[in-house]
Design a protein. Structure first.
Length: 338
């Protein structure tokens, strides 16, 4: 598989709140939590290093107060980091002027937050087109692009509805369409589904997966829900007390937790929900089975395909070509371990 270059790189990023935080960090480049507390300062983000590859969904997760939302705001400089380096397409955002940051946020970044923040006096079309109006795009062009995004999120026919006339899931779809209208290279989503009811939340996750298969954006997604993280993520970073304690694929984190905290965090996660078919498949050989499953699917998703009596499944890669074979006995063994 071709590995695309990192779209976003974060190096030794700190965000400390409190009087004299910057001077304190200069005197103590690598302070501990004890040092920070003793100085009367809050360590919201501590020495974070990460790289988000082009086209991937990178999930940052942790409990409330872990620093995940502060970190994502630092990445877009909505919150000013105390120190460090943030590279977007190779450009150091911490060296960019405020005017340059406004340009980047308007044209290259999309943002979706937990609270939809729709403009109540504008209909769906007006809300989705609004960031394009801010950019100065002429009305015919911005409405054309807005209608395309409305269609993409499945709201065709509701262009002239107002936010008060929409369900929570529909309002969030409007928020997603609005953020996509600017055609961002980098998409930030901060707990976008956490305010929704469980069934609607699941539907929105399905919709999000479908959208990503179409738009292929580079995504930083914030959540506190580990089930949501493993369902959506290419890679996950787990935060605690402002620092990243482990980063890796969902499989790596569940099967090989780096710390006791991560082990406890993932203790109740069924391995079959996380382990991908590609990790359990065997090489192709002889006659291939007719029934197929994507290599990206989880073992839990593949298991129902054996209910009809099949002993083996063909495993297909992203191009639809066979890359291996999944054996029922191996799936049963994995399910029992879960």
């Amino acid at each position: 598989m071709t590995v695309l270059p990192a779209k976003l790189v974060c190096r030794e990023v700190w965000k400390l709140f409190g009087d004299g935080a910057g001077a304190f960090l200069k005197r103590n480049p690598k302070p501990s939590l004890v040092d920070i507390a003793a100085a009367g300062i809050v360590g919201a983000v501590r020495d974070v290093n990460l790289a988000v590859n082009e086209g991937e969904i990178f999930v940052i997760m942790g409990l409330s107060g872990s620093g995940k939302s502060t970190l994502v705001r630092c990445l877009s400089r909505l919150v000013e980091p105390t120190s460090g380096e943030i590279l977007f397409n190779g450009e150091n955002l911490l060296a960019a002027s405020e005017a340059r940051m406004v340009e980047i946020r308007r044209h290259l970044m999309g943002m979706v937050f937990q609270h939809f923040a729709l403009l109540p006096h504008l209909d769906v079309l007006g809300n989705v087109a609004f960031p394009l109006e801010v950019q100065g795009i002429a009305r015919p062009e911005r409405e054309k692009r807005a209608r395309a995004m409305i269609d993409l999120v499945g709201l065709s026919g509701r262009e002239h509805s107002y936010p008060r006339q929409l369900s929570g899931g529909q309002q969030q779809r409007v928020g997603i369409a609005r953020s996509l209208a600017v055609e961002p290279e980098l998409w930030f989503l901060d707990e976008p589904f956490s305010a929704l009811d469980p069934l609607i939340r699941r539907e929105m996750q399905d919709e999000f997966i479908r959208l990503q298969s179409v738009v292929r954006k580079t995504i930083v997604f914030i959540t506190h829900d580990f089930d949501e993280a493993i369902r959506l993520a290419d890679r996950i970073a787990i935060m605690k007390d402002g620092e990243i304690v482990q980063a890796g694929t969902p499989e790596e984190i569940v099967l090989n937790p780096a710390t006791g905290y991560v082990a406890e965090f993932t203790r109740d996660v069924a391995k079959a929900k996380v382990v991908k078919v590609a990790s359990l498949m065997k090489p192709t050989g002889g006659r291939l089975p007719k029934e197929a499953i994507p290599a990206r699917a989880t073992i839990a998703e593949a298991a129902p395909a054996f209910f009809g009596g099949a002993r083996k499944l063909r495993v297909n890669g992203a191009d639809g070509k066979a890359v291996g074979v999944l054996d029922r006995d191996d799936v049963v063994a994995m399910m029992l371990k879960s």
